[in-house]
Design a protein around this ligand. Structure first.
Ligand SMILES: Cc1cc2nc3c(=O)[nH]c(=O)nc-3n(C[C@H](O)[C@H](O)[C@H](O)COP(=O)(O)OP(=O)(O)OC[C@H]3O[C@@H](n4cnc5c(N)ncnc54)[C@H](O)[C@@H]3O)c2cc1C
Length: 304
């Protein structure tokens, strides 16, 4: 079967592209390897998506995917491992099959960057987490450490402070870099303290899991903090392995797309957090998805 459009990813970018494509009567399907709704489903609250004053991430994600299901958009729960171009046809490989399409929209987003320090891999999901909304409740009335000082770290630290007995925020720079409003909310919490110009040297563990963290500051002073959980928010890595042979990504892995969301390969579009752009947010990801789908329509008018 030849699809008009195959979309990789069901975050805000992919779902919006799917909605626009379906409403234009295109034969469209979306691939999802994990949770439908993308990153959105994994964080606490969103307060800056137009029209939704304050909404839980999973709630907005559910509204988006429900919208897609209402339109009967096909969702294929599988991981796309490779995208190839064969003349005018694009071939998408998953562990369960090969799919063909006239157009592909890559909307695969990002995954969290890891620190790369001792014992981190051994403790992943066993004391170290990248998702406060998923794992925060495990640390009710316990001590946690949050690594990072940007918006994600500060917002998730505020949420964790409502559950944990104590939160230490560790920032490698001399101050937080999150929005002032988010910083204000966090600084008002009585059970939160901060370490600046400080990084993680090593995670401590016993046979049950994480027991603490050794920090080191810019004066080379070490400090050990005993804790039950660590949440890392130190940046993101674009998910573009499946298109690496197409040469459409820059040296950091982000896909280069123009204002029409076209990549340099005709018929391959990209949208959302995975592209080179200034602001990675739900609202901009959704906008990219709409633009990509509209330009796919134009491309398909001349496809042969
Ligand atoms: C902690 C945190 C807090 C945030 N807070 C806010 C906020 O308050 N407001 C805001 O506007 N934005 C916020 N953001 C940013 C926002 O979540 C992103 O900008 C947005 O989700 C990007 O949407 P996307 O569709 O590009 O990608 P994503 O949401 O990342 O979705 C990509 C999807 O593609 C899937 N996928 C990836 N690779 C494959 C593959 N090979 N095969 C099949 N499926 C694949 C993934 O599983 C995922 O579901 C936050 C992000 C984080 C991490």
């Amino acid at each position: 079967m030849l699809y008009d459009v195959l979309i990789i990813g069901t975050g805000p970018a992919g779902i919006t592209a799917g909605i626009y494509a379906k409403r234009a009567n295109l034969k469209v399907a979306m691939f999802e390897k994990d949770t439908p709704g993308g990153q959105l489903s994994k964080y606490n609250e969103i307060e800056n998506y137009t029209g939704a004053k304050k909404v839980a991430g999973y709630e907005l994600a559910t509204m988006m995917i429900d919208h897609a299901y209402d339109l009967d958009i096909e969702v294929i729960y599988d991981e796309v491992t490779k995208v190839e171009v064969d003349g005018n046809i694009k071939k998408l490989t998953t562990p369960n099959g090969i799919y063909e399409s006239k157009v592909v929209i890559v909307a695969t987003g990002n995954v969290p960057r890891r620190l790369g320090v001792e014992n981190e891999d051994a403790l992943a999901m066993n004391g170290i987490s990248w998702c406060a909304i998923c794992d925060g409740p495990l640390y009710k009335d316990r001590k946690v450490v949050v690594i990072g000082g940007g918006n994600s770290a500060v917002e998730e630290a505020s949420y964790l402070s409502t559950l944990a007995s104590h939160v230490t925020v560790v920032q490698n720079l001399a101050d937080l870099t999150a929005d002032p409003k988010a910083q204000d909310i966090l600084r008002k919490q009585k059970n939160v303290d901060f370490r600046y110009s400080t990084v993680v040297k090593k995670f401590l563990m016993d046979d049950k899991g994480l027991t603490g963290v050794i920090l080191i500051n810019d004066k080379k002073e070490e400090e050990t903090i005993m804790c039950d959980g660590v949440f890392e928010y130190v940046g993101l890595i674009p998910v573009t392995d499946m298109v690496k042979d197409l040469g459409i990504a820059n040296k950091y892995g982000y896909i280069e797309a123009n204002e029409k969301m076209e990549t340099k390969v005709p018929g391959i579009y990209a949208a959302g957090d995975v592209i080179v752009k200034q602001i990675r947010q739900v609202v901009t990801a959704a906008a990219d998805g709409a633009i990509a789908a509209q330009n796919c329509l134009r491309y398909l008018e001349t496809w042969e």
